[in-house]
Design a protein around this ligand. Structure first.
Ligand SMILES: Nc1ncnc2c1ncn2[C@@H]1O[C@H](COP(=O)(O)OP(=O)(O)OP(=O)(O)O)[C@@H](O)[C@H]1O
Length: 676
């Protein structure tokens, strides 16, 4: 195996003189305050240095740990460098993707500007490659999918990263990709705009940046760099590497690179690298073309990378069933947002304007950049191993075990997560693949306008309530009695679907084929719902004595789900009799429209517009239709109902949960929007 040191010039090249600052910041004080937001950060050790900034581990007053990138104001004396920093912050602020480093906060004091970032515990691919020399193809397959997901997301927002390289691709503690450093990113005003600036890092720079300065460049430059990254991960050094920058450029121009014969690399991998390193940007494949490439459909597909990849080369199983490959691929691709066959459209009507305040000696940051109240939840929809037993009851046991016991131990307290990308390892080994189906299937089939509007409105109302802005309401506030919610559920979606019991005692199953069955509490009525893409669900009602033969199997399963839940599961609330439930809900055939797993919760959306979040710490929050009432079921299964008008009395914990809910809904709505 070749063992070649990986080196890349630290500073990106820019058209004019190097913008390397005269000095990096001094070590900041132990206590750093965002005085506007009244957040105090405690500074710990220095975890990295760039040409422009130093990075320190910091902890906020809630105990969340982040990385603070600290830029000395002394190095921001000229307008160009300031504008560059504003640009970086502004672009970074607009990013919210699981594979992009989250920008949590941004503020300044007299000496420095601070960017508080999601902490990437496992450093960058540069460090990984330094230690490992080479990565295995399954690792590269996994990492490339996440890189492509992040690129697709950026490009949809008309952002070109322009400095994609090993050092800017970091890894979180679960070895998920986090792309950072938007210092050279460009935001295009429209799809036709071309960028003329020559910038990038020599080894990774696309030929059109260097040699086609008249026509400019666009999104394709990032795909070239992704090709360089992929080559480097498999070979151990970038394809055009040389001591002399001039020679690197000559090699890029001549497209002169080869694969060493002593490293076994599959023909699919070589072929993909070759297509990414296509000289002509107009024929370079799009992100989704690449995701459909044979490299992502052969070999071994992992659903996550082992913890110790930094020190140990993983040994992958020599065989993998087609279904396991596909399940893991779907999972990784859907979490990263890489579609198979879907086109990577550019978001329309999103003109960009960087507003800056007029010059102010004291304040480097325009007020539009600071402070920022930002939550960055991650939609994580994730499977893992297949349950070994096929017995219905034991699978149900496994499902409950996963959701009720395993998850909480993997997740930090919610207050930590609300302002950061959580450090949860929910997606890692030990979870079951029940989680996978739900998210991907549900999202794909919910591109319905009405649902989208409902999600948006709910998110908006929650946001307004939290900001104590008056929320228009024409309806009666809800009471605990008339809020309908899910009291029990069991996830068997690796085979059939997800079963649930509602607080009005009706029972339903959301089948994997996008149909639902609901059984009324008195067992006299059965309703069958087919969820159809882009149109309203179709409902058919039967009396229990007259069900069509075609539904007999599903009804059989529904009954199994019901008896399992009745016999094995406790209710989400303290025991109460049917009489306690408002009669308005009894017998109404509300059903679970869809469900979604995030890292911190499972969310159910009921057909009446109720959103229920069962958090991994067992607290449940039910947002009733139109946010007329918010019901909290605490760990002791006690119910409390609030209205948004009471938001100023909410505990920090409830505010955090509602912020999280709002962000999940917003993320979900934008996913639906981009799927339309
Ligand atoms: N979110 C993060 N989590 C952990 N470490 C980080 C994070 N962001 C940056 N670092 C570390 O800090 C170092 C400096 O950060 P960064 O590269 O962004 O600074 P820079 O001066 O803007 O870089 P450049 O020299 O490429 O312009 C990185 O090399 C990395 O080791």
């Amino acid at each position: 195996m070749a063992s070649v040191a990986v080196k890349e010039p630290k500073t990106a090249i820019t058209p004019k003189k190097k913008t390397k600052p005269s000095r990096l910041c001094y070590t900041p004080p132990t206590n750093i305050a965002n005085s506007k937001k009244k957040i105090l950060y405690t500074r710990y050790d220095c975890i990295g240095e760039g040409g422009f900034a130093r990075c320190f581990r910091v902890r906020d007053d809630n105990g969340n740990i982040y990385a603070a990138k600290v830029i000395a104001k002394a190095s921001l004396q000229n307008d160009k460098t300031r504008q560059k920093l504003f640009g970086e912050i502004k672009v970074h602020q607009s990013m919210s993707h699981p594979n992009v480093v989250g920008l949590i906060d941004c503020f300044e004091d007299k000496t420095n500007v601070y960017l508080v970032l999601e902490l990437c515990e496992h450093k960058s691919l540069m460090e990984l490659l330094r230690k490992r020399k080479l990565l295995t193809e399954p690792e590269v397959r996994f990492l490339m999918l996440q890189i492509l997901g992040a690129l697709k997301y950026m490009h949809n927002k008309r952002v070109i990263h322009r400095d994609l390289k090993l050092g800017n691709i970091m890894l979180d503690e679960s070895n998920n990709v986090k792309i950072g450093d938007f210092g050279l990113a460009a935001l295009l005003m429209d799809d036709e705009e071309r960028k003329m600036t020559i910038c990038g890092t020599p080894n990774y720079i696309a030929p059109e940046i260097l040699f086609n300065s008249k026509e400019g460049h666009s999104f394709e430059v990032d795909l070239w760099s992704a090709g360089v990254v992929m080559y480097a991960l498999l070979v151990g050094k970038p394809p055009f590497q040389d001591k002399e920058v001039k020679t690197i450029y000559k090699k890029i121009k001549a497209n002169s690179y080869s694969f060493p014969s002593n490293i076994p690399i599959s023909s699919e991998a070589k072929n993909l690298i070759a297509s990414l390193l296509t000289q002509d940007p107009s024929v370079r494949p799009s992100v989704d073309d690449i995701a459909n490439h044979g490299f992502f459909h052969s070999g071994y597909m992992a659903s996550s990378l082992p913890d110790d990849i930094l020190s140990t080369q993983p040994v992958w199983p020599s065989t993998q069933s087609r279904s396991s490959f596909q399940r893991n691929l779907d999972y990784v691709a859907s979490a990263a947002g890489v579609g198979f066959g879907k086109s990577a459209g550019i978001e329309k009507n999103k003109p960009y304007a960087l507003k800056t305040d007029e010059g102010d000696d004291e304040h480097i940051l325009p007020s539009v950049l600071s402070p920022r109240d930002r939550v960055n939840p991650v939609m994580k929809i994730g499977p893992e191993t297949k349950p070994s037993s096929t017995k219905l009851s034991s699978i149900f046991e496994a499902a409950r075990k996963t959701t009720e016991e395993t998850l909480p131990s993997r997740v930090k307290a919610l207050k930590e997560e609300s302002r950061s990308v959580p450090k949860s390892k929910l997606s890692r080994s030990g979870t079951t693949d029940y989680e996978a189906r739900s998210g991907s299937v549900s999202i794909a089939n919910l591109s319905d306008n009405i649902v989208w509007i409902n999600i948006k409105k709910t998110a908006l109302k929650i946001g307004m309530g939290l900001e104590s802005r008056p929320v228009a309401s024409s309806q009666e506030p809800m009471t605990a009695k008339n809020i309908l919610f899910i009291t029990k559920w069991v996830d068997y979606s690796n085979k059939y679907g997800l079963g649930y019991q509602l607080s009005n005692e009706s029972v339903g199953v959301h089948f994997n084929d996008q149909t639902s069955l609901v059984f009324s509490a008195d067992e006299n009525v059965i309703e069958y719902i087919t969820h159809q893409k882009n149109s309203e669900a179709k409902h058919t009602v039967f009396s229990t004595s007259k069900v069509p033969d075609a539904l007999k199997n599903k009804i059989y399963l529904l009954k199994h789900f019901k008896s399992y839940m009745v016999q094995n599961l406790s209710r989400a609330v303290q025991d109460e009799t049917l009489d306690d439930i408002d009669i308005k809900n009894a017998g109404s055939m509300v059903f679970m429209h869809n469900y979604l797993r995030t890292r911190q919760a499972i969310m159910f959306r009921l057909s009446n517009g109720t959103y229920q979040f069962n958090f991994v710490d067992h607290v449940k929050v039910v947002v009733s239709p139109g946010v007329q009432g918010i019901m909290v079921l605490d760990k002791e299964k006690e119910k409390m109902v609030f209205t948004l008008e009471e938001a100023c009395w909410f505990t920090e914990d409830l505010r955090s949960r509602l912020k999280y809910i709002r962000e999940v809904l917003e993320s979900w709505a934008s996913k639906l929007e981009s799927a339309r």
